[in-house]
Write a protein of this length. Structure first.
Length: 206
């Protein structure tokens, strides 16, 4: 399987609190949750739904897994009109959680990866299938990038600067060249950019 990531981010790279102002979204004093609500046009929404439909399995960090389990995991088609493809995919396909502390996950179809994560993810990628998808899960995404396990990155960039909150890419982290696969801007100014990692960047020499 190809390991792909999809993340909603602000122009200043923040991914925290995109959907609202839950206690989780307020960690570390964050007060600007919900910046992605109402953003994106029908084409962007269709792209997101199609992405979920392509998934053969999902991989989450614990924090995002618990947020998704509490929301999508308790919903049916009737609860999310227009977003049925997402709830169906999440509730019917295998879910893997990278965690050393989570035990007995309640969401049906979930498996905890508590041992050697690099080996576990490599084993999942070696299975037949199309995509192993990571949604949100910023800390996990950073770790996967550091360990060269990501095959494709999708960023959904919302036209807002929030000025605080957890960012997808840390101030000090690995460097990575990217090949642009596709890019589009919707009628509301939301940019969807798909990249493939392409080794280390080239820098100017003195």
């Amino acid at each position: 399987m190809k390991l792909t990531t999809m993340t909603q981010v602000t122009v200043d790279g923040v991914m925290q609190g995109n959907g609202g102002a839950s206690d989780e979204d307020r960690r570390n004093g964050f007060e600007r949750g919900g910046w992605a609500l109402g953003k994106g046009d029908d084409e962007t929404h269709a792209f997101i739904k199609q992405t979920y439909q392509r998934a053969d399995a999902f991989l989450f960090g614990r924090r995002t897994y618990e947020l998704f389990a509490d929301s999508w995991g308790s919903r049916t088609d009737q609860d999310v009109p227009g977003w049925e493809p997402v709830v169906r995919a999440l509730n019917s396909r295998p879910k893997y959680v990278a965690s050393t502390t989570l035990a007995n996950p309640a969401w049906s179809g979930s498996t905890v990866l508590s041992g050697d994560l690099a080996t576990a993810v490599a084993d999942l990628k070696a299975k037949p299938g199309g995509e192993l998808q990571v949604h949100g899960s910023g800390t996990l995404t950073q770790w996967l990038l550091e360990n060269d396990l990501v095959d494709e990155i999708t960023l959904i960039v919302v036209p807002v600067i929030v000025g605080q909150g957890a960012r997808l890419f840390p101030d000090a982290g690995p460097d990575l060249a990217l090949d642009l696969v596709s890019s589009r801007v919707d009628s509301k100014g939301v940019m969807t950019q798909v990249y493939r990692p392409a080794g280390r960047p080239q820098y100017a020499t003195a």
